[in-house]
Ligand binder design. Structure first.
Ligand SMILES: [Zn+2]
Length: 562
């Protein structure tokens, strides 16, 4: 195997002065939390002359119009419903997170640094890339509770750098991972742009415009999912209303709960039943969005379809994962609130807390996981934990807040706090937010991390092909333990001893020892033949990756690589 002249030409075009960085993410033009994070970081790196940027956008196929507006190199990961590759795409549930195109795009871009900020199960496949010796792998895993799973720790210890998302993440990862994990000393956080989230000039007239009167609002912005405590929050609010109904009817008449959330959701709370049960149908607002004109308005719950008051044409529904508000609209929604509540069993960060704070809304959050430090830094109200419990799915500690405390907090805030104090609190909240949580601050940490990475610590992408790699058909000795058996294959047949320490191989050894494997809800027996299949898959992948790297002109052209 040797390079042909065309390949050398191509390699010479690579700008050796710049660090090439590669992010796998949802897609930077979308409005998911990861998309926003990726966009804010990538656009700053793109403007820095020392870096060259590329992105693998998972939730986007090649027909998407917005790709042409992305100023950096972009590889779409998805395929349309009519694409001939759809079956291949669907053959693994990791392909939607980029697995099937990851190595092909790396072979094209040849990055010095590959980074990912998503959940563990979305990026873990990158650990086993045969190209890992050519790039520095940097991850920032969302860490929302403790203890972390063992296989997560294996994977993190194989990353070149782990950037802690929060102080909480830093303490969890250093407690459980110890020296095995190369933690970056600074935390990255997430952030806001102060000119996108800000207080409106006249809050009262802003409310009157949307509600027809002045209102007192407890608000939250949370996806409708199991770990967000909508029932508890409703209960605490209901008890607060009960306290003021007769003692302060004027306040009662203008008091509302505002839930900017999603409904219906696949695995979400049954919100209408909860409203009915707690008697809150008339006391709770949701965000409705018109499918036609995309405008939004607050409304009490009704059957999810109604006529839009702006265009009178479209039907409007509560926002859901595919129909959401834009940043400008979200800023208006935060400005309805007098106090913002984050009510969850755990959070890896809890972005809406910071967005609300930038709008000058005082924050109340549960005193657990990353919520603790966010509420502390924003000088907000800590809601004490009532009970810690162990969650089955994650084997991690999660918590329930003290609802009675929350009820009392609402009462003290709306009944016993003067307008001057509230105004002071609002100003302070925004100031604190801007001092800690801006995208510029977040970027500064990432930039420092990437500047510190010595690209020469890894092998060059131009390293000559290994002649005669002997993936020879070695005879496996008899009487090996399961661990020895897997070790023998990794050392002598695949020639990659490093993969022994990856989560996948460690779990394989564990499952072999148990003789059973739990996969997608069912328990199946596993023996050495299946283990060989898994390792053989790795070997075949390694061989095809080596071909893509060393003979790019011999590889089939792909439409997602331009
Ligand atoms: Zn409309």
């Amino acid at each position: 195997m040797s390079y042909d002249a065309r390949d050398y030409c191509y390699f010479n075009l690579l700008d050796t002065m710049k660090k090439r960085i590669f992010l796998v993410n949802d897609a930077s033009f979308l409005n998911t939390g990861y998309s926003i994070y990726g966009r804010e970081i990538l656009k700053r790196f793109h403007n820095n002359p020392n870096f060259e940027v590329a992105e693998l956008g998972c939730y986007c196929d090649i027909s998407n119009d917005q790709i042409k507006n992305i100023p950096w190199k972009f590889y779409p990961n998805g395929v349309s419903g009519s694409d001939s590759r759809l079956a291949e795409y669907k053959s693994s549930n990791l392909n939607k997170f980029g697995q099937w195109r990851f190595n092909r795009c790396l072979a094209d871009f040849k990055p010095h640094i590959v980074f990912d900020i998503r959940d563990y199960w979305m990026f873990a496949y990158q650990e086993n890339s045969p190209y890992k010796k050519y790039f520095n792998w940097v991850v920032m895993p969302a860490t929302d509770s403790a203890p972390p799973k063992n296989e997560w720790l294996y994977t993190y210890s194989n990353a070149d750098v782990v950037i802690p998302y929060t102080d909480w993440a830093k303490s969890v990862l250093s407690t459980y991972g110890g020296k095995n994990i190369n933690l970056f000393p600074k935390i990255a956080n997430a952030g806001i742009n102060p000119d996108e989230f800000y207080p409106v000039d006249d809050k009262t007239s802003h409310k009157v415009k949307f509600f027809g009167k002045d209102v007192s609002i407890v608000g939250t912005v949370m996806r409708n999912q199991k770990r967000k405590l909508f029932p508890d929050m409703m209960l605490a609010y209901k008890k607060y209303l009960d306290k003021i109904q007769t003692s302060n009817p004027e306040l009662y008449n203008k008091s509302y709960l505002y839930l900017h959330t999603s409904y219906p959701e696949d695995a979400g709370w049954d919100l209408p039943s909860l409203l009915l049960e707690y008697g809150l149908l008339d006391k709770t607002y949701f965000t409705y969005i018109c499918r036609q004109c995309k405008d939004f308005f607050p409304s009490k719950f009704q059957t999810p379809i109604k006529e839009c008051p702006y265009c009178q044409k479209g039907v409007a529904t509560i926002s859901n994962p595919s129909v959401g508000v834009n940043t400008e609209q979200l800023n208006k929604i935060y400005n309805f609130f007098d106090i913002f509540v984050q009510y969850a069993i755990c959070e890896g960060f809890g972005m809406p807390q910071v967005e609300a704070a930038a709008c000058g809304i005082p924050i109340a959050s549960v005193d657990y996981s990353a919520m603790t430090e966010v509420v502390e830094k924003l000088d907000g109200y800590k809601i004490p934990v009532n009970r810690v419990f162990r969650e089955l799915e994650t084997n991690a500690n999660r918590v329930y807040p003290d609802n009675d405390f929350t009820t009392k907090l609402f009462y003290d805030f709306f009944v016993n706090t003067s307008d001057d104090t509230k105004l002071e609190k609002s100003k302070n909240t925004r100031e604190k937010c801007i001092s800690y949580y801006t995208w510029d601050n977040v970027y500064a940490v990432w930039e420092e991390c990437f500047n510190n990475i010595d690209v020469n610590s890894k092998q060059s992408w131009l390293t000559a092909p290994t002649e005669h790699i002997s993936h020879k058909n070695n005879k496996v000795p008899k009487n090996l333990t399961n661990t020895e058996f897997v070790e023998f294959i990794c050392h002598n047949i695949i020639n990659e001893p490093d993969i022994l320490n990856t989560a996948i191989v460690q779990c394989l050894i564990r499952d072999l020892t148990n003789g059973i494997i739990v996969k997608e809800g069912s328990i199946m027996p596993i023996d050495r033949n299946q283990a060989i299949q898994v390792l053989e898959g790795y070997l075949n992948n390694k061989i095809s990756c080596e071909k893509m790297r060393t003979q790019p002109s011999a590889i089939t052209k792909e439409d997602f690589i331009k």
